[in-house]
Design a binder for this molecule. Structure first.
Ligand code: RIB
Length: 334
């Protein structure tokens, strides 16, 4: 059965610049081979679009400016099948804007000008809960007041809360979130919250234990970029290696990962298969440019998984044949 996910988060227009390298202070670079574009983004919107592309019933609450960017985004969400009934228009602040610089190799640097995202109030959210969601999905790209109000409204209704802990601030009031089903930072966010870089299994475990003391979460899932993901459930930890792909642009890979993980977990309750599916979706997303433009569909992820299986099956007989040949060579020599 289709689950209903209520995403309460951010929406931005991304000003994306693809460059060879960043200028030094005081330097001007003429970027002849580069490109720029204004594209739909925002951590919340990227996640809402991922839920929708996977076939979830997605209700997205965000605050947009009463401007051309806001109108463009709302119409995009509608045409993607997202329920936009509870979106709010802000007459005083502009639609959020993110300035994104993507260097060769796909690494990005993002500065967000939150605009209307920073002005969602507790009252703005109450109506949205009348949609009876199966899960509430949050990120920290909107004001704290909105996140904490959403947690309270969800807890009063016994609705599980999922948190993609991005972006991070070391003074974020994590202790006020209440019970969270999955709490998922990336490696940079993990370091900001805990002071520990999850560079090794041992340090990832120490960071996850520290996070579990800061947030009442059932699962801590740390996104490790091209190293995959790390999960701690309070008793055991698991490492899920990433898929092997050549990255073009890592923007929104984390948004895609967390949304797909939550989609899959809400559907069947299996955290391991949810993380594996999220790894595959993130792998596809980094091979594509842009934020919302890089999100794969469920069908594409299933095809990716199928192709992987086929490759694995193909490799096996070759390995066996080699082993046989090696054994025969050894026998001949004796
Ligand atoms: O996670 C990627 C997103 O971060 C971008 O789309 C940008 O809008 C910022 O919110």
């Amino acid at each position: 059965m289709k689950k209903k996910i209520l995403v309460i988060s951010s929406a931005n227009i991304d000003f994306v610049q693809n460059v060879e390298r960043l200028p030094f202070a005081g330097e001007t670079i003429i970027e002849k081979g580069g490109s720029y574009a204004y594209t739909p983004g925002g951590k919340g919107a990227n996640s809402a679009l991922a839920f929708s592309k996977f076939g979830a019933d997605c209700v997205f609450v965000c605050k947009l400016g009463a401007d051309a960017n806001g109108a463009r985004l709302k119409s995009l969400y509608k045409s993607a099948g997202i329920d936009t009934r509870f979106m709010i228009e802000d007459n005083e602040h502009p639609t959020g804007l993110a300035s994104i610089v993507v260097e060769k190799g796909g690494k990005n640097r993002i500065t967000v000008f939150p605009g209307a995202n920073d002005h969602i109030t507790a009252e703005d959210l109450e109506d949205a809960f009348t949609c009876y969601p199966d899960a509430v999905y949050l990120q920290f790209e909107i004001c704290d007041e909105a996140v904490l109000a959403a947690c309270k409204l969800a807890s009063e209704r016994n609705i599980p809360v999922f948190v993609d802990a991005a972006p991070a601030r070391c003074d974020y009031p994590l202790d006020k979130l209440g019970n969270v089903e999955i709490f998922s930072p990336n490696e940079t966010e993990c370091r900001i919250y805990t002071g520990i870089s999850p560079d090794t299994e041992e340090s990832a475990l120490r960071a996850a234990i520290r996070l579990r003391n800061m947030v009442s979460a059932k699962y801590i899932v740390i996104k490790l970029g091209d190293r995959g993901a790390f999960m701690f459930d309070g008793k055991e930890y698991f490492v899920y290696p990433s898929e092997n792909v050549i990255p073009v642009d890592t923007t929104a890979a984390g948004d895609v990962f967390t949304a797909v993980m939550v989609y899959s977990y809400v559907q069947n309750g299996n955290i391991h298969s949810a993380i594996r599916m999220a790894n595959m979706a993130a792998a596809i997303s980094v091979t594509r440019a842009g934020a919302s433009t890089s999100i794969p569909t469920l069908k594409e992820v299933l095809e990716f998984r199928e192709k992987k299986k086929t490759t694995e099956l193909k490799i096996k007989p070759i390995t066996e044949a080699r082993a046989k040949a090696e054994a025969e060579k050894t026998a001949d020599a004796e």
